[in-house]
Design a protein around this ligand. Structure first.
Ligand code: DC
Length: 230
């Protein structure tokens, strides 16, 4: 077991292997794990189920404010609920994926979920938090900040493999969707996707999942040697 104490943030676009790396790092460090993307996806399910237009920011803010979004923090299991209903499978579906950028761009939604994220992290000895704005906005004083990148074509291939797609046209459509979401997430006014100034940027294009995890665990362990949390 590692002696790591503090928070590791793992940010970056989709298709960089972020979730599986962040879970793996949490397991190796004996840390809690928080997937903030799952929270924005759960908020999107609440919006879709309420039947409001996901691009109507005021309606989105109202629905999400009234929704009870619950998320587990065990690296080995995924628990995501909206108002007591298990949505762990639905949050990965095409509808949630299509609308999550619009919902997560609404400032009131971000304020609400960021507050919830900070409360979930508070008082933990060790935690790995994954998202887009964790190092920049949610936990600016984190012990170790990681920003994962990968070449766009590699990211599309990884996503295709996860979804079991082999058709070239479907893979092209997926690459286009990744570009659309990156563009949306990086250019939104509130908390755009970008590396924190003090983040370690890791390009995962040529690295195995295990190699990326090893690298991050070594960096986390070096913060222990250097005297603990920032
Ligand atoms: O990591 P993911 O694909 O599950 O994230 C889903 C969406 O949520 C993504 O398009 C951007 C948004 N998101 C965000 O805005 N801020 C975060 N901290 C995490 C995710």
């Amino acid at each position: 077991m590692s002696g790591f104490r503090g928070a590791v943030t793992v940010d970056g676009p989709s298709g960089t292997g972020k979730s599986s790396v962040a879970r793996g790092v949490a397991a190796r460090l004996g840390a809690a794990y928080l997937d903030t993307g799952a929270m924005y996806r759960a908020a999107t399910i609440a919006v879709l189920d309420a039947g409001v237009d996901p691009e109507d920011a005021a309606a989105v803010a109202r629905v999400v404010a009234a929704a009870r979004i619950e998320i587990g923090t065990e690296p080995g299991t995924e628990r995501v609920e909206v108002d007591g209903t298990d949505v762990a499978v639905r949050i990965r579906g095409a509808d949630a994926t299509r609308w999550v950028s619009a919902v997560s761009a609404v400032p009131a939604v971000r304020r609400q979920l960021v507050e919830q994220q900070r409360a979930l992290v508070a008082g933990r000895d060790a935690v790995v938090v994954e998202g887009r704005d964790i190092g920049t906005v949610v936990l600016p004083d984190a012990t170790l900040k990681i920003y994962l990148t990968a070449a766009p074509e590699i990211r599309a291939q990884r996503r295709a493999r996860q979804l079991g797609l082999t058709d070239a046209a479907e893979i092209d459509a997926l690459a286009a969707d990744l570009r659309r979401r990156d563009e949306y997430d990086s250019s939104r006014a509130d908390s755009p996707l970008r590396p924190a100034e003090d983040a370690v940027v890791v390009d995962t294009s040529e690295l195995s999942r295990t190699a990326v995890i090893d690298r991050i665990v070594a960096l986390a362990d070096s913060t222990v040697a250097a005297g603990g949390r920032a």
